[in-house]
Design a protein around this ligand. Structure first.
Ligand code: ATP
Length: 306
């Protein structure tokens, strides 16, 4: 659906997007993740035809960003970082205006407005002026505008930015619902949101892609092999010093003690067998051993470190 190759964007001398390549397949919800200034908005603005790249290629379906901008704009619904809503307009009039600018036939506009109002749950505010809406509702109106014309692809720039936790959940649910039928690419800083909503994550830092994969794969791809264990009634000092001797274990951290010891062990290789044999040789009672993975936060921090 979306194929980006070697995409580069300079603002003057400043390199904002540095030769990135990625694909978004039909029906996927992909999160573009990265810290402030990583190049997310720039990338999304290029994909939606609002900014020209310095070099590289972008194909949306079979359309080329350099030649087929008009067609591309028709198959993409775009929610920019700041939705260009007109405060004094009624929601209904605003959506009518957007439908008109998207060249949706007049006879079909009303049913199209009803359709997007249903999806975004804004039927109750259709006759209110935009200025009276809460931020969450404004964002829903922006989403509804992006959905007008039933585009195959939705590109959303930080759709939940500035919303309260309840509004975030509501918008996330709408995105998930939309994602059942459409291809969605959206940017966010919020890791939990990306994790909860996306099939796949592309992490970008200083204009470069530093990771691309399914959330679970990214977690597994963290360079630490981690195991949590719980052992019974063992002396803490001795347990720590003994466990550090296990081949492959680089770090041992005490996570809790309450009659038992809970410990997290990490290293670069799979040390579970060595660990088990060592515990057995000490005759400790092993209550639990479970493979752990780095949290997305930890991986994100590592990947986007200065
Ligand atoms: P944020 O999460 O803060 O919105 P972002 O990942 O969307 O950040 P971009 O807005 O794409 O990042 O910006 C990438 C870099 O390009 C930043 O360093 C930014 O300051 C710079 N930049 C963006 N737009 C322009 C512009 N019009 N002129 C010059 N530099 C720009």
């Amino acid at each position: 659906m979306i194929k980006v190759e070697g995409l580069t964007k300079y603002y003057g001398d400043f390199l904002a997007v540095d030769g990135i390549s990625f694909e978004v397949n039909k029906g996927e919800i992909v999160g573009l993740l990265g810290p402030n200034g990583a190049g997310k908005t720039t990338t999304l603005r290029i994909l939606t035809g609002y900014l020209l790249p310095s070099s590289g290629s972008v194909k949306i379906k079979d359309y080329d960003i350099y030649k087929d901008l008009r067609d591309i704009k028709k198959i993409i619904g775009y929610l920019p970082e700041t939705t260009p809503l007109y405060n004094e307009m009624l929601v209904y009039d605003y959506l009518w205006f957007v439908a008109d600018s998207k060249e949706i036939e007049e006879g079909k506009r009303l049913s199209e407005l009803k359709r997007v109002a249903e999806i975004c749950q804004i039927k109750n505010v259709m006759h209110k002026p935009v200025i009276e809406l809460s931020k969450g509702y404004k964002q829903r109106v922006g989403l509804a505008a992006a959905l007008l014309g039933d585009p195959d692809i939705l590109i959303l720039d930080e759709p939940t930015s500035g919303l309260d936790p309840n509004q975030i959940v509501e918008i996330r649910e709408i995105i998930k619902e939309i994602g059942k039928e459409k291809t969605v690419l959206f940017s966010t800083h919020i890791l939990s949101e990306a994790e909860a909503t996306c099939d796949r994550l592309v992490i970008i830092h200083k204009g470069k892609i530093v990771a691309d994969g399914k959330t679970e794969e990214l977690k597994k791809g963290g360079d630490q092999f981690m195991v949590n264990i719980e052992i019974e009634n063992t002396d803490e000092e001795m347990a720590l010093s003994e466990l550090k001797k296990v081949k492959g274990v680089e770090n041992v951290e005490l996570k809790g003690k309450n009659g038992t010891l809970k410990l997290e062990l990490s290293g670069k290789t799979d040390f579970r067998k060595n660990l088990y044999l060592h515990i057995k040789s000490k005759d400790w009672v092993l209550l639990e051993m479970a493979r752990a993975s780095e949290t997305l936060e930890e991986i994100f921090k590592k990947l986007t470190r200065e």
